[in-house]
Design a protein around this ligand. Structure first.
Ligand SMILES: [Zn+2]
Length: 272
């Protein structure tokens, strides 16, 4: 199935629907050993036009090579089909969220790297590839049908994977993250990023991500009530890695997830 046109703002996207098999390691960067596979349908978008939303940028789906606008190194265009994503992206790009600035925001200032947001399956994930002009592309695939609070969590979670991919590709690039500690996890798990990245997120970034979710949610609930949402994103991997300290500390907070999702003020329609 293909050829349908879908228009959002001044961007026209042409999509193809195809069947894909993906396995339950999909948040693991470029890891290929997978299990628990599922088949689903995925859209592939080719977009043209321009986007000029607040703080956004990017023009077309081709990575720019030499452009004076630094925001062009972050290309959200294909994911902007989702108003929730657009709202979150614009909010993050205002620059008031330090964890975002330390991960995805780092790409604003890089010339040979391109961060792309793309519509994905129910398993959010991040991958990278080089194009013909030696631009390193890091693609973040997001489930655009998830709730705003989960999408905000996914953007921050995948942003950490993207920043770690960047660090592994070129450790001369500074990020705001604990890269020294990350290398220890990377060595401990012999480069198996599904474990290394998620245990790293569990030990260092559950609370910072929860803090951002609370900030986005107008401080509606105490910080600990957001821990469970963040923990859900790493639960499978830390359980598989046998890291019981994280399971013991954070699984209890999932009991607040419904409360965190219900009546969330995060991009609830009133502010975009
Ligand atoms: Zn992940």
């Amino acid at each position: 199935m293909n050829g349908e046109l879908l228009e959002t703002r001044d961007v026209v996207c042409n999509w193809t629907l195809y069947q894909i098999t993906e396995c339950y390691c999909s948040r693991a960067g470029w890891i290929t050993s997978c299990y628990d596979c599922n088949t689903y349908y995925q859209y592939e978008w080719v977009c043209s036009g321009s986007y000029s939303g607040g703080g956004g940028g990017g023009g077309g789906s081709t990575p720019p090579s030499s452009d004076s606008d630094p925001d062009d190194n972050i290309n959200p265009i294909e994911a902007l089909i989702s108003p929730i994503f657009e709202c979150l992206y614009n909010e993050f790009m205002k620059g008031n969220y330090s964890l975002f600035n330390q991960t995805i925001g780092v790409f604003k200032d890089l010339t040979n790297y391109q961060l792309n947001f793309k519509p994905g399956s129910i398993y959010d994930h991040t991958s990278w590839w080089y194009d013909g002009s030696n631009i390193c592309n890091i693609d973040i695939y997001l489930d655009l049908n998830q709730s705003p609070i989960n999408m905000a969590d996914a953007i921050l979670h995948e942003g950490i994977h993207a920043a770690m991919s960047l660090y592994l590709v070129d450790d001369g690039i500074p990020t705001g993250l604990n890269t020294v500690q990350y290398l220890q996890y990377y060595k401990t798990y012999s480069g198996y990023r599904d474990y290394a990245d998620h245990v790293f997120i569990g030990d260092f970034y559950i609370k910072p991500i929860a803090r951002v979710l609370r900030q986005l949610d107008s401080n509606r609930l105490p910080e600990y009530k957001y821990y469970g949402i963040v923990y859900e994103g790493i639960e499978r991997a830390v359980e598989a890695a046998g890291v019981t300290r994280l399971v013991d500390e954070y699984s209890q907070y999932k009991s607040y997830n419904n409360e965190a999702r219900q009546n969330s003020r995060i991009c609830d329609g009133s502010n975009y």
